[in-house]
Design a protein. Structure first.
Length: 161
């Protein structure tokens, strides 16, 4: 685990050579969620293992996520589309609760304001909801989504800019 005071992560534009590290961050972040929050079945539906690298290469080539780098290593990412929807926000589980998610969100908010976008939206997991609320997102409603035959709960949230 890296020390909190050693270095501040920096936000960079996506580069194709980040794909393996970002897929690893995604899979580990999902699969290390406490089973009291999401069951093993739900986590497998959300993040199948092995991950489909070709899918992620195509996806990231399109979404161009913001990437948090710490010592030149990708430790988190956020995907923000042109309409202001945040599709993904994941942080290395070994580095969570150290401000990386907040840094990514702040960067996305600043970017959205420069566009200018009137609001940001996100379908947040139970885990991400508290961080989003701290950043001024408000829950609009809860929804159930089916993924690989399994129901997943998330929170539709919005932040007016």
């Amino acid at each position: 685990m890296l020390s909190r005071s050693c270095c501040q992560p920096q936000i960079h534009a996506y580069q194709a050579h980040y794909v393996d590290a970002l897929v690893d961050v995604f899979c580990r972040a999902v699969h290390q969620i406490d089973e009291r929050i999401y069951s093993e079945q739900q986590k497998r539906a959300w993040a199948p293992i092995p991950a489909d690298k070709a899918f992620w290469q195509r996806r990231f080539a399109t979404t161009k996520p913001f990437v948090a780098l710490l010592y030149q290593r990708p430790v988190g990412f956020l995907e923000l589309d042109a309409q202001g929807h945040i599709d993904s926000l994941y942080v290395d589980p070994d580095l969570q609760q150290q401000g990386i998610g907040r840094l990514l969100l702040t960067h996305a908010i600043d970017h959205a304001k420069q566009q200018p976008l009137p609001q940001l939206t996100v379908d947040a997991s139970r885990c991400a909801k508290p961080l989003l609320e701290q950043q001024g997102f408000v829950e609009q409603h809860t929804q159930m989504r089916r993924s690989c035959g399994t129901m997943l709960v998330n929170h539709v949230m919005q932040k007016v800019l």
